[in-house]
Design a protein around this ligand. Structure first.
Ligand code: URA
Length: 225
């Protein structure tokens, strides 16, 4: 039966009220993250890595040592997405292995999870020279691969670490201070932005807010809303 325009608007309003009641405050424009149980072909992480190859899609390939693809549990319910590799990650080819990474490991363990149980990735997979901020064309070149990784894992929750991660995933330029601690929806996956561990190393007094965000994540993982 066809719905009238009024009915459609009322249904949409009720749905948005329902999401608001669950604590979801924004729905970003579609990212086309492949869904499980649909026709769209979901690649495995190994297949996505193979497709990425010896990537030269953006200028960062000229200065990087290694591609930092991401690591962790392919069936993780919780995924962390940072900004991009730094010096240590570029040398080792693994995400979050430097000082910020050690702090991230402690943050993960604060909710009684081991690092191996979650999946850790970045918005960009190659280190920018002198750790400068990622540029829009670099983020754009890398994004299809991150989107496929998210589709392969389909975690329940993504914790976006820092400004670049949160703004890229949520397609917004709102500041991280305003985004953090709130729940967003990315095609059925909950996204919670929090401060980047490197920011916490410079501003340890902000750690408490991250612990609070982690407590919410723990709650949502164990008592889904
Ligand atoms: N900072 C990031 O955003 N990602 C890493 O992998 C390391 C440091």
């Amino acid at each position: 039966m066809e719905q009238s325009m009024d009915e459609m608007i009322n249904n949409l309003k009720s749905y948005l009220e329902y999401l608001k009641g669950m604590g979801i405050v924004s729905i970003p424009v579609s990212e086309n993250i492949p869904e499980k149980d649909t026709q769209s072909k979901i690649l495995t992480l190994a297949e996505i890595r193979e497709e990425l190859g010896d990537c030269k899609r953006c200028k960062l390939h000229r200065t990087r040592r290694t591609i930092v693809f991401g690591e962790g549990n392919e069936k993780a319910t919780l995924m962390f997405i940072g900004e991009g590799p730094g010096y240590d990650e570029d040398v080792q080819g693994r995400p979050f292995v430097g000082r910020a990474g050690q702090l991230l490991t402690k943050i993960i363990e604060s909710i009684h999870l081991a690092r191996e149980e979650v999946y850790i990735a970045n918005i960009i997979k190659c280190r920018p020279p002198q750790n400068r901020n990622p540029e829009p064309d670099e983020i754009q070149s890398c994004n299809p691969f991150l989107t496929k990784q998210i589709g392969a894992i389909r975690p329940k929750i993504i914790c976006a670490l820092g400004t670049f991660s949160a703004q890229t995933l949520l397609k917004t330029d709102t500041k991280i201070t305003a985004l953090r601690g709130k729940l967003y929806d990315l095609e059925g996956i909950k996204v919670i932005p929090t401060y980047h561990p490197a920011f916490l190393l410079r501003n340890p007094e902000r750690k408490r807010e991250v612990w609070e965000d982690m407590k919410k994540i723990d709650e949502w993982l164990n008592h889904p809303i």
